[in-house]
Structures are given as C-alpha cells and as structure tokens.
Design a protein. Structure first.
Length: 255
C-alpha cells in the first residue's frame, strides 16, 4: 500500500515502533498509532516534495517544450538531487531512493519506446497488480490489511523476523508470527479488515479508471496532472480512512 516520489507507491516508513505518547508514525506504521497526522504520515513537507517534485518537473517541462528528452532528463535530475540532499545531510534515503527507482523505470520505458505516456506505464501496471492481489485476499477471506496491521502491532520488524528465524526451537516464548493468523478467528476483525482492504481496492481502481483512458489517448498534460492528484493526496486520505476503520477504541477515562 505504497507512494514513492512518483506517486504510485506509498512513501516508505522510517523504522520506528509506535508507542503511546509518541508523535504519529510515518507511512503504513501510522495505522497502529493512537493519533493520525496526514503530514507526518507522508514524511512532512520534505516527504511531500520528494513524492511530487520529479513527476511535476516532468509534466511541466513536457508541456513547455513539447519534447521527450528534456522532461526525462529534468525529472531524473530532480530525483537525483533529492537523494543527494539526503546523503549530504546524513538522513535516511529510503523514500528518495524508492522514488529514484520509480523515475528510472519510467524514464527508460519512455525513452526506449519514444512515447511520453510510457513514463507512467509502470505505475499503471503496479496499480493493476495491487488491485488484483487485494481483491484476491478479500475473495479468500484473508484481507491484506489485516496482515499489515496485525504484523505491525506484533512488532514484526525485519530485525524481529531475523530473530525469530534464529530462535531456539525449544524456547517457550510466544512467536510474534502467531498474531498474523490469530485475528482470522474473530469474525468482527475479519469484517473490519475487509472493509479497510476495500478502501485500498477503491484507491487503485480509481487511479486506473481515471488514468488509463488518458494514457491510451496520449494526453500527457492531464495524465501528469491526475497522476499527481491521485498520488500522495489520495494515498494519505485512504491511509487516514483505514486508520479510522481499524483503530482500537480508547479505554474509558477514569472518573
């Protein structure tokens, strides 16, 4: 459920464990927080700039010069500058690198085909893949959002997964992987996570319904515009709605 710097994949979360009293987490980790901040979820102003700038540079440059090579070079330069800025400041580069990879795929596809609309083809295919997978989990009564949320709540970080793989087989300690399937025994949770997963199905379906006709028509100006509008802003909205659906009720305040 996610947008790098090109707007078709969610921004990467910085590794942190949400706890009570802490600031709202970034990315999908915000789903397990007590509070939700859209600005924090997308990485603040910097995360928003990293998500929007390369794509914005591409569509503006294409409209101005009506040529393919200049916009391609400009979008790559913008993505590289964003990565370089993080490297210089010694801050995590995960989100910026993810955006650079997405830009590189789009640039190579558009350059080799000679068609500017293919700059967005990879994102369309990725959205279609997400849509099919999420629909499959719903039909199988194993909604994907349930695995994501319960995995985050169980603390299944990459370090925890490695520790579990190396755990003593005779240990009596409970496995964090148990939480990934335990929720499926609760019909209420299955229903909640199904509703939440439908939200993401709607997101990817809306993107495809709006952007595919523009892609087929080769309308780069409107395709680029809706690529940005249905990118991070829509992702942040659906992330908030998902948080609202799956959040745990707060304990009643003491008198």
């Amino acid at each position: 459920m996610s947008e790098p710097a090109r707007g078709d994949v969610p921004p990467q979360s910085e590794p942190q464990s949400p706890q009570q009293g802490q600031a709202p987490a970034r990315g999908v980790r915000a789903l397990t927080g007590d509070e939700f901040s859209a600005a924090q979820a997308v990485g603040g102003v910097r995360g928003l700039v990293e998500a929007v700038l390369p794509g914005l540079v591409f569509v503006v440059a294409f409209v101005i010069v009506n040529d393919l090579m200049v916009p391609l070079i400009a979008s790559v330069v913008a993505a590289v500058v964003l990565v370089a800025a993080r490297l210089v400041q010694r801050t995590p580069v995960t989100q910026a690198l993810g955006g650079l990879l997405g830009i590189a795929i789009g640039v190579v596809w558009a350059w080799t085909s000679g068609e500017a609309e293919n700059y967005y083809a990879g994102g369309l295919l990725l959205n279609a893949a997400y849509l099919v997978v999420l629909l499959g989990t719903i039909l199988a009564r194993r909604p994907a959002v349930g695995y994501v949320v319960e995995g985050l709540r169980a603390g299944l970080t990459p370090d925890a997964v490695r520790a579990e793989a190396n755990r003593d087989p005779d240990s009596d300690a409970p496995s964090p992987f148990a939480a990934l399937t335990a929720w499926r025994q609760d019909p209420g949770l299955v229903r909640t996570y199904t509703i939440a997963t439908w939200l993401w199905v709607g997101l990817f379906a809306l993107r495809l319904a709006v952007k595919t006709p523009l892609y087929l028509a080769g309308d780069i100006a409107w395709l680029g515009t809706f690529h940005l509008l249905l990118g991070v802003p829509l992702w942040a909205l659906v992330l908030y709605l998902t948080w609202y659906v799956v959040r745990r009720p707060k304990a009643p305040a003491a008198r």
